[in-house]
Write a protein that binds this ligand. Sequence first.
Ligand SMILES: [Zn+2]
Length: 812
Amino acid sequence: MHNGPMRLFVTALVLASVLAAQPQPLVRVTAILDGGANAYYTGNRAPLLPSPLMKLPVGSVRAQGWLGHQLELMREGFTGRLTEISSFCNFDNNAWSHPKGEGPNGWEELPYWLKGFYNLGVQLKDERIRKEAQRWLDAVVASQRPDGWFGGRGNLEGGRAPGASSNAWPGTLAGMVPDLWPNMVMLYPIRSLYEVTGDQRILTFMSKYYRWQTKLPLDRLHPFSWQNFRAGDDLDSIYWLYNRTGESWLLDLARAKHERTADWVASVPTWHVVNIAQCFREPAQYYQQTRDIRYLHVTERAYEAIRGIYGQVPGGMYGADENARPGFTGPRQGTETCGFVEMLYSDEMLTAITGDPKWADRAEEIAFNSLPCTMTPDLKGLHYLTAPNQIQLDRTDKSPLVQNGGDMFSYNPHQYRCCQHNVAFAWPYYAERSWMATPGNGLAAVFYVASEVSAKVGDGTAVRITQTTDYPFDETVDFAISAPKPVRFPLTLRIPAWCQQPRLSVNGQPISLGKAPHGWVIVEREWAGGDKVRLELPMRIAATVWARNRGTVSVNRGPLTYSLRIGERWEKKGGTDQWPGFEVYPATPWNYGLIVDTKDPAASFEVVRKKGPLASQPFALDAAPIALRARGKRIPPWTQEPNGMVGEVQPGPVRSSEPADEITLIPMGSARLRISAFPQIGEGADARDWGPAPPLVLASTASHYEPLEELNGSAPRFTWSDKRGTSEWIEYYYARPRRVGAVEVRWADDAKGPCRLPASWEVLYWDGGRWHPVPGNAGRVRFGPVETTRIRVKVEMQERFGAGIVEMRVTE
Ligand SMILES: [Zn+2]
């Protein structure tokens, strides 16, 4: 780690060549946006790090085009109608609406939903939604006790703290600690309510609540569970409040909370999908208070570590089908919907904290490519897991290929409890952060989207900027300015990292941006009503080879990733007549490898645009606005698993003697069935045949874990090196039954390290109903051959030692 500022400021002053008749604009290109003050919108107050981007109040941005249509679909989709579907949203029987917080359903579900539902109502100016949301929020505020606590009484009584003193703390039961997590979520819609109403009582309400937290003995301040991992959400609200009230004790509380939060500085303390997405940013949040750049670097390091192992796939995320699991790193590993929406918000927050546009690029990657397929095109159903390669969405159990048993893939408005409520905030938050205020009383277009923003700029003049674009399905973004009088202010535009040669013009006059501008362009001039700005972002076709994920290849054009177009057959399954569930089956072949020249990818594809105006819902199979015509070969041994999942990709390039077919790729966000990480078809000496699928490796616990192919040979070994004298197991799981008659294990035996030969071990095989043990004492166990899908080795370690396996062979 390094001390001192590491940020490299690349600031270029570019003189614009404009007509003398026009006011001379000052144009700057900067890699990272500087922090500073804005006279009209709240950013960080000293001593916090100055903000480069300030949030505009909810309602300032009106999304139009495809994003505006997502919000309209939400209104009539399950989010807008969740009171008809979810028992957690029943006002008449709920701890959140009770004046004393009594009753059921006082945990995370209702606040998850209100976080998006209220903002949706404000943005759409929808009275039904606004009134319904406000009724809840008013009840929550009214539930505050004189000591400051609010919300569910059950949360106050929380859970038993391991090791916490048993003395009763006033207001809690003996030995109990309050569960602060649900309130962390509820403060988001409460903050939105303040942005809209300006009601000062909300600041008092929040102050009182955080005062109550300062009186909590430290050992009761989120010592465990979700609240311990996720206290960064409270940090967000504490800074928000401090910036409005300036009460310095809030920063003391923030420091104490950081100390009491799971340690995201030293490591990744949990591999739970949502915890990672929501919490890896906590050190970067705290960086605003410490101003120590190392905290920012820690967050980047965590991001790279997580994506480096589990995110070697297109779509901007990482595979974690509850937890990220060692060995489960291929493109068929899905991500929980809550994971996408929390990561999207983390990226938005980090854009605003750092002014670094890479976080905005990362947000767009998730928003365009991964988020849309978490829901049906009409936004009336959702599922739990969305994966880059996913060819069938049926209700059957997919474990242990995914971690959880039961239905995880089918679309249904009634299931997937956390995601069902939490998905509500994704599009509204994205829309309201697409425009932000900047230092120097300016405005920034952070995410390009057809929209209208109304805000105060410069000397306080209220302007309106209309953004017209079909981005990300088009390369041109037009801005039209309306102002009652000329006003000078900086207009900031983001240049995505994938764009090499952006073009900018003001009132038809081209502006020189210098060579390969990257980051942000700031155009400062006296703007007048009728002024027009055009930004063109030429999109190139690019291929990514995922060298660390079996050499698979994915294709991008601008911010969009493209997936194989697979015909969809929808079958109604489950749900109700009014709110049905659906399974989706493939209606066309999917087992294609891609023929692509990765050195000149553009030569391998032809871009085909759909004629006519952009579909209002472009994230649907038949509405896909752009297609890439490509060539591929089928790989016959690449088959579906017996449980319906796609077979895992194998290391490529892959040989295929099938004829080359013309295939179509469509935006990943439009493809609910998709292959996005393709095997690459090869003919050369490095090409391989597609072999039988290797088994999955499952284990009781593992301190070190490498994929099976690396177990055989000199590659890293599998160990229980952090265990001493316990009983553990490791298992080979085969999707299809195979004959097994011998298991050979080469055990690790360290002279000085933690692993010794086991005290004893045995082999067990699964007959479909129960395990059959076969004892082993030497390195090899033989038995009469059996047909089985699971072979397990159970080990009893020596008392003071761990154990490990160098090689494990299963034969007939
Ligand atoms: Zn969820």
